[in-house]
Design a protein around this ligand. Structure first.
Ligand code: ATP
Length: 370
């Protein structure tokens, strides 16, 4: 089922009664979520991702704009009548009910023509439990389960009604690091197996990148960029998106373009043919540095952190906008920690230029050798 968001806007009145200022939580968001895909809504706290999810679910009514499930305009429909499954961060299970009763609950509430026989309900509950692999826990109460198991029950409960759309609001936030990793793979498997169009809200860029078909990066209610995770990482539209994706984060430098060359401080770091002279911010991905004794970018070496397959070299540069620069280099390359200076050549496709004022990307043709 495709989901169409058409000029979705949500404006809240101010929480402060004395002020008349309103909060634009989501501003003019238009996007068609393709059928059967998993979309990650991503951005820092307060960027409007939960509000977007709540509008799709019907928990919040848009100030303006429309929402369609397939060709159905669902904008005015209540949450119960939209055919959605919702999973929250805190699981929201009924503590006095067993796992089985929790999963059955949404089916027992069906009315009229949707009403199901007891056998059919049990069948469905069993199927949902098998999908999330908790069939052996059906008689336990939620407080007898781990966090990861509780979240699986919540997912089974959301799936049991065979929703048209599955909506997940930070579903992994309460889990420890290892369970988070495992459960996110589970969510991806379940989503692929069921083919249900899914929207997943998270502030964790790695989480969103790892399981989404497409990510939507938001900032202060405004969509910054939409695309496949790798596409957005490799080709960010602005400095905010470039900074938000990637660990370690992108290294930013204040620089300038002069005569088709990019200068970082005094160092002519790279060619940018056709780019007019101007002040810029230069972003360099950690994997964009190459150790090179004759390289144009001269940094002061602070530390080398061994990470196994790679090493992370920590250095500084007077034009760096971050306190330190982090580069990731293959561990096969030896670096003498005693040396004061480290010189880098740059991989051009890992270097991005942004207009200084607007922070928008300036694209230029990257020459690749050979
Ligand atoms: P978080 O990750 O912290 O949940 P978010 O990206 O999901 O953040 P939203 O919860 O959608 O952000 O909030 C977007 C903006 O709308 C914020 O500035 C928030 O303070 C404001 N907001 C959200 N709900 C309300 C409300 N009921 N009344 C007033 N303002 C609200």
């Amino acid at each position: 089922m495709k989901v169409v968001l058409q000029n979705l806007t949500k404006i809240f009145p101010s929480r402060n009664k004395k002020s008349h200022e309103t909060v634009v939580a989501v501003s003019d968001f238009s996007f068609t979520i393709p059928d059967g895909k998993l979309i990650g809504l991503l951005g820092p706290s307060g960027c409007g991702k939960s509000t977007t999810l709540y509008m799709i679910s019907g928990l919040q009514k848009p100030t303006s704009g429309r929402i369609f499930f397939g060709d159905d305009d669902v904008t005015e429909l209540s949450t119960e009548n939209r055919g959605i499954g919702l999973v929250f961060q805190n699981y929201a299970l009924y503590p006095h009910m067993t796992v089985k009763q929790n999963i059955l609950f949404p089916l027992q509430n069906l009315k009229g023509k949707d009403k199901m026989s007891k056998e059919a309900m049990l069948d469905r509950a069993q199927h949902a439990a098998e999908l999330v692999q908790i069939e052996s826990l059906m008689d336990r109460k939620p407080n007898e389960l781990s966090g990861g198991q509780q979240q699986r029950v919540a997912i089974a409960r959301a799936l049991v009604k065979m929703p048209r759309v599955l909506l997940l609001d930070e579903p992994l936030s309460n889990l420890d690091a290892r369970l988070r990793l495992q459960t996110r793979e589970e969510i991806r498997r379940i989503q692929t197996e069921t083919g249900i169009t899914t929207v997943f809200v998270t502030h964790d860029q790695e989480e969103a990148m790892s399981i989404s078909d497409m990510i939507v990066v938001m900032r202060e209610g405004v969509v910054q960029q939409i695309g496949a995770p790798q596409e957005v990482y490799d080709d960010p539209d602005n400095l905010f998106v470039a900074k938000f994706l990637g660990t370690p984060p992108i290294n930013a430098f204040s620089g300038k373009v002069e005569g088709g060359r990019v200068f970082i401080g005094p160092d002519a770091a790279l060619d940018a043919p056709g780019v007019p002279d101007q002040d810029v911010v230069v972003g360099i991905r950690p994997e964009g540095f190459v150790l090179d004794g004759n390289g144009p970018l001269k940094c002061r070496l602070s530390n080398v952190e061994v990470m196994g397959r790679d090493v992370s070299i920590v250095s500084t540069h007077e034009a760096s906008l971050n306190p330190t620069i982090r580069s990731i280099i293959n561990a096969d390359r030896r670096l003498d920690i005693a040396q004061e200076v480290v010189r880098y050549a740059l991989k051009p496709h890992k270097v991005f230029l942004f207009q200084k004022e607007t922070e928008r990307r300036i694209r230029f043709e990257v020459k690749t050798d050979g």
